[in-house]
Write a protein that binds this ligand. Structure first.
Ligand code: 4NP
Length: 165
């Protein structure tokens, strides 16, 4: 995407590597809006604060766990760009390190205020963040999916109700 999408609410999900959590959030949110028949109203993407995996598909473990729930995680990793802060209406950080990095990278105060903590949108779980599953086991990947399915539903409901920001 090179320009701000017209007449669409744009959502960017951000983690560190953009190969585990944020591509999962991206795909889950796509499914939430598709299932609601609202695909045309949203532009959804994901990115990482670290560019070391740029161009890669999501981690095979994340893809396998997602596939068991019917998701196809096929986003290619990319690093966040300065223009993303202009293009996107809402930028969701997966953990506090991502949140701090994003707020530091934001080029303007308005851009900084677009950065939100995804943990503020959990309804059925109590957690401070979507924990990084990269160095852990299968439970971590299931936990990512549980938290993101919860948060994406809440974010969608709040957006539809005009209650986000
Ligand atoms: P993600 O997970 O931020 O959810 O994509 C990670 C991916 C890669 C690394 C760390 C976390 N890494 O250190 O390369």
């Amino acid at each position: 995407m090179t320009e701000k999408p017209i007449n669409k609410t744009s959502l960017l999900f951000v983690c560190l590597g953009n190969i585990c959590r944020s591509p999962a959030a991206d795909a889950i949110m796509h499914k939430v809006v598709k299932d609601a028949g609202d695909e045309d109203l949203f532009y959804i993407d994901s990115a990482g604060t670290y560019g070391g995996h740029a161009g890669s598909l999501p981690d095979p473990r994340m893809r396998a766990h997602g596939a068991r729930r019917g998701y196809v995680f096929d986003h290619l990793s990319r690093r966040i760009k300065t223009e993303d802060f202009e293009r996107f209406d809402y930028i969701f950080a997966m953990d506090d390190a991502n949140y701090d990095d994003l707020r530091r990278l934001a080029p303007t105060i308005e851009a900084r205020d677009k950065v939100l903590r995804i943990a503020d949108y959990f309804e059925h779980y109590q957690a401070d963040c979507v924990f990084d599953p990269y160095y852990g086991g299968a439970d971590g990947f299931e936990n990512v999916l549980n938290l993101l399915e919860d948060a994406c539903q809440v974010i969608y409901k709040k957006l539809k109700a005009g209650l986000l920001l």
